[in-house]
Design a protein around this ligand. Structure first.
Ligand SMILES: [Zn+2]
Ligand SMILES: [Zn+2]
Length: 338
C-alpha cells in the first residue's frame, strides 16, 4: 500500500509497504480517505521534532472508513466513516486518572511515536474513533483533529462570551483556535506579518487584525482593551520573545495559553506573574474534544472552508510540502487524499 514514510530525518519517501494487520481484539483497520499536513509532520521530516522516533509513517490528522474489526469490536463498525483521535494513553498514570490522558506520562501519538495515518491503511484502537451523524466529505474527517487543538486551547484559556482574546500568529492552529473562540462569543485580535494570512483571520471572524511588521502591537492591544491590557493571550508563534511579550501585554488576572515545544528559555520575572496574578497554562494535543468539534461542525459554527486551502493526492506529498514551505502566505491547512 502507498505510504508516506520518513526513514530518517531529512528523507521522505512515498513507499510501498505491506498492509498493517489487526493484532488486538479492540482494534480496527481503517482505509484512510484524507489526511492533513501539520507543522509537526514537517518537523519530523526535518529532524527538528524532539519527540519523534524513526523510521516513521507520519500523519496524525486523518480519517477514513472502517474495513475490518477485531474480535471485541461490533461488526456494525464496518463501513463507518470515522475521524481518528491520534492520542494513545496508558490509563493508569496520574494524568490519565484525572482525565487528562493527552499528557499521559507514557503518551504515544500516531504519526509521531508510532505509525500514523499517511498510508492507505492504518490499524487503530476502536476507542479512538469518532463519527459524524450526517454525511460529510472526506476532507472533513481530517479536519477534526486540528479543530480539536483549537478546542483544547479555548478550554485551557477558559474562553467564553465577551472575552477579549489576542492570538499571536495566524497559521492553521490559530485559525482553528480563532474560529472556536468566535463561536464561543469572544472578540479576537489576531497578529501576523503576512497580509493574506490576516485576510483569512478576518474572514474567520477576527474583530481586529494587526500586521506586526507595520503596527505596534502594544498600542493596538491597549486601544482594543481601553488601556487595560489583554485578558486572554494565545501564543501560536511560540518564540522566546512572543512568550515574554504575552506576559507584558496581559492585563491583571489575565490568562496566557502556550502551545510551543520551544526548548529555549524565555526571560520572565516572577514579579510580572505575581503582581498581575497571571494564569499561564500549557495546551497540548486534546482531551476528548473530538465529539465537541463534530458537534460544532455539524451545527455550522465553524468555517472549515477557510481552514483548508489546498488538497493534493498523497503520492504528491512532496509538492504539497513545497507549497507549504515556499508559499506560506497562500497556505493554511493542506490536506491529502488517499
Ligand atoms: Zn497537527
Ligand atoms: Zn497515562
Amino acid at each position: 500500500m502507498l505510504t508516506v514514510l520518513i526513514p530518517e530525518p531529512k528523507k521522505l519517501e512515498v513507499a510501498d509497504l505491506p498492509k498493517p494487520q489487526i493484532t488486538q481484539p479492540d482494534e480496527v483497520l481503517v482505509r484512510v480517505l484524507a489526511g492533513g499536513i501539520c507543522g509537526s509532520d514537517l518537523h519530523i521530516y526535518h529532524g527538528t521534532n524532539p519527540l519523534a522516533t524513526y523510521p516513521r509513517v507520519i500523519g496524525h490528522e486523518f480519517g477514513g472508513v472502517v474495513e475490518e474489526v477485531g474480535s471485541a469490536v461490533s461488526p456494525e463498525r464496518i463501513g463507518q466513516r470515522v475521524a481518528v483521535d491520534p492520542v494513545v494513553a496508558c490509563g493508569q498514570c496520574y494524568a490519565c486518572k484525572i482525565g487528562r490522558h493527552n499528557v499521559c506520562s507514557t503518551l504515544e501519538v500516531m504519526g509521531v511515536h508510532r505509525d500514523g495515518g499517511f498510508g492507505e491503511y492504518v490499524v487503530v484502537p476502536e476507542k479512538n474513533l469518532y463519527t459524524f451523524s450526517k454525511e460529510v466529505d472526506d476532507t472533513m474527517l481530517a479536519l477534526v483533529e486540528p479543530y480539536s487543538i483549537g478546542m483544547q486551547i479555548n478550554a485551557r484559556g477558559q474562553i467564553g462570551q465577551g472575552d477579549k482574546v489576542l492570538i499571536m500568529g495566524s497559521g492553521p492552529i490559530s485559525i482553528c483556535a480563532l474560529q472556536v473562540a468566535v463561536s464561543r462569543g469572544a472578540q479576537v485580535m489576531v497578529t501576523d506579518v503576512l497580509p493574506q494570512r490576516l485576510e483569512r483571520a478576518k474572514a474567520s471572524g477576527a474583530a481586529r487584525v494587526v500586521n506586526v511588521k507595520e503596527e505596534d502591537l502594544e498600542k493596538a492591544v491597549m486601544e482594543f482593551t481601553d488601556g487595560e491590557g489583554m485578558p486572554v493571550i494565545i501564543d501560536t508563534v511560540c518564540a522566546v520573545g512572543t512568550f515574554e511579550q504575552a506576559v507584558r501585554l496581559s492585563c491583571p488576572a489575565g490568562r496566557i495559553v502556550v502551545i510551543g515545544l520551544n526548548a529555549n528559555p524565555s526571560a520572565i520575572a516572577q514579579s510580572e506573574i505575581t503582581k498581575k496574578e497571571l494564569t499561564i497554562v500549557g495546551s497540548r494535543l486534546s482531551r476528548a474534544r473530538f465529539g465537541e468539534v463534530i458537534e460544532a461542525l455539524e451545527a455550522g459554527k465553524l468555517k472549515p472552508e477557510l481552514l483548508r486551502s489546498h488538497t493534493y493526492p498523497a503520492a504528491d506529498i512532496k509538492r504539497a510540502i513545497e507549497q507549504i514551505e515556499n508559499h506560506p502566505e497562500e497556505v493554511c491547512k493542506v490536506t491529502l487524499t488517499f
